[in-house]
Write a protein that binds this ligand. Structure first.
Ligand code: 2P0
Length: 348
């Protein structure tokens, strides 16, 4: 089954129709997995081997504007025009082409992100989620969040989780067409919970997570234990969220990330996203816990780490990590408008 078959199933008679609007904008938050997605059962459709659970990064994410352009596709990232032959542009165009007839109508795509691209901060997650939302507006499809989650997944697996704020679970599903592999938000809000970004290196990663997870599945002797670990951690995390049990949430999240990184380290050729400063930061967190501060970390496909703590501990966290960027669930209630569009008369 190809990506275009899934798109046809979801859009039915709306597939490849001309856009309803001349422009559209959308915002999607980045997300950090507390229980990670690492390994696919289908590469083409980005179908995961296991379910996963994330928390959004609120105002950290991607704003996307789409405008119909008469003559060519034009991609701008943070105000800079990109060469359409670049791998980043190609990935984006491949996704957008799923919905167009022979690459038309041409589009200007203005993408603004306030997180570093490809440094393990889920930039592709918010990027593809924002594009999927903007396309939904532009074409006037009026899709459900579930269908948008499936479409966003075709761009990047973790994008399926970037359509909501707060806690989100992505169900692995079992179907070959992936129609049961979508995300949905969990009903619990936890305003006191904070995520801190500890930036160790802004540079783009040398090895994509796509390649790294595939190599891990194929070669790591530890990978066979991963599905059971995820299943246990997901239940524990969901219980910790409902009960607002921070110590359990932190412990399970940190253990899940370390287990994922252990599977990578045992792949061949071996993989690590850690720099020496990553390990120093981890040790700092462990030292703080020994001193009685409730703080835990997680790490994705990059050297940076993200801390989890409660707002009462902000002062001591800042003291230990002076450059930390903190996202509090309470502060960020003023979300940017999620979508808007301008009506145009009739398609040509
Ligand atoms: C996650 N990561 O759950 C895991 C943890 C990185 C480490 O999802 O191949 O960019 O596009 O589906 O979504 C990064 O993987 O990979 C990721 P593709 P994606 O957040």
């Amino acid at each position: 089954m190809k990506q275009s078959d899934v798109v046809k199933m979801i859009l039915a008679e709306k597939w490849q129709q001309y856009p309803l609007h001349s422009s559209a904008t959308a915002y999607a938050p980045s997300n950090i997995a507390l229980c990670k997605y690492w390994g696919k059962r289908n590469q083409e459709l980005n179908l995961p081997l296991t379910s996963s659970l994330s928390i959004s990064l609120r105002e950290k994410g991607a704003h996307t504007q789409l405008l119909i352009n008469d003559s060519q596709d034009c991609i701008q990232l943070n105000g800079q025009v990109l060469d359409n032959a670049m791998p980043f542009s190609q990935k984006l165009l491949r996704f957008v082409n799923l919905f167009r007839v022979r690459g038309q109508p041409y589009l200007t795509m203005n993408i603004h992100t306030n997180i570093p691209i490809a440094a393990g901060l889920a930039s592709s997650a918010c990027g593809f989620a924002a594009i999927a939302k903007a396309l939904n507006q532009l074409f006037g499809w009026q899709l459900s969040a579930r269908d948008l989650s499936i479409l966003a997944r075709l761009g990047s697996g973790s994008a399926s989780r970037s359509l909501w704020q707060g806690f989100v679970e992505w169900h692995a599903g079992v179907r070959e067409d992936g129609m049961d592999s979508f995300a949905e938000d969990l009903p619990t809000a936890w305003p006191e919970l904070c995520v801190g970004l500890v930036m160790i290196n802004h540079q783009e990663k040398a090895l994509s997570s796509r390649e790294a997870m595939q190599r891990t599945v194929m070669t790591s002797a530890l990978y066979s234990a991963w599905p059971q670990k995820v299943s246990t951690d997901l239940s524990l995390l969901k219980r910790a969220i409902v009960e607002k049990d921070f110590l359990h949430l932190g412990k399970v999240t940190e253990s899940n990330a370390l287990t994922m990184h252990a599977t990578m380290l045992s792949a061949w050729p071996p993989i690590t996203y850690c720099l020496p400063e990553t390990l120093t930061a981890m040790q700092q967190v462990w030292r703080m816990r020994d001193e009685g501060i409730a703080v835990y970390f997680t790490q994705d496909a990059g050297p940076n780490i993200k801390l989890l703590f409660l707002e009462n501990d902000i002062a001591s966290i800042r003291q230990n990590f002076p450059t930390i960027e903190i996202i509090c669930n309470k502060q960020a209630l003023n979300m940017p408008a999620t979508t808007s569009s301008n009506i145009i008369p009739n398609p040509p």
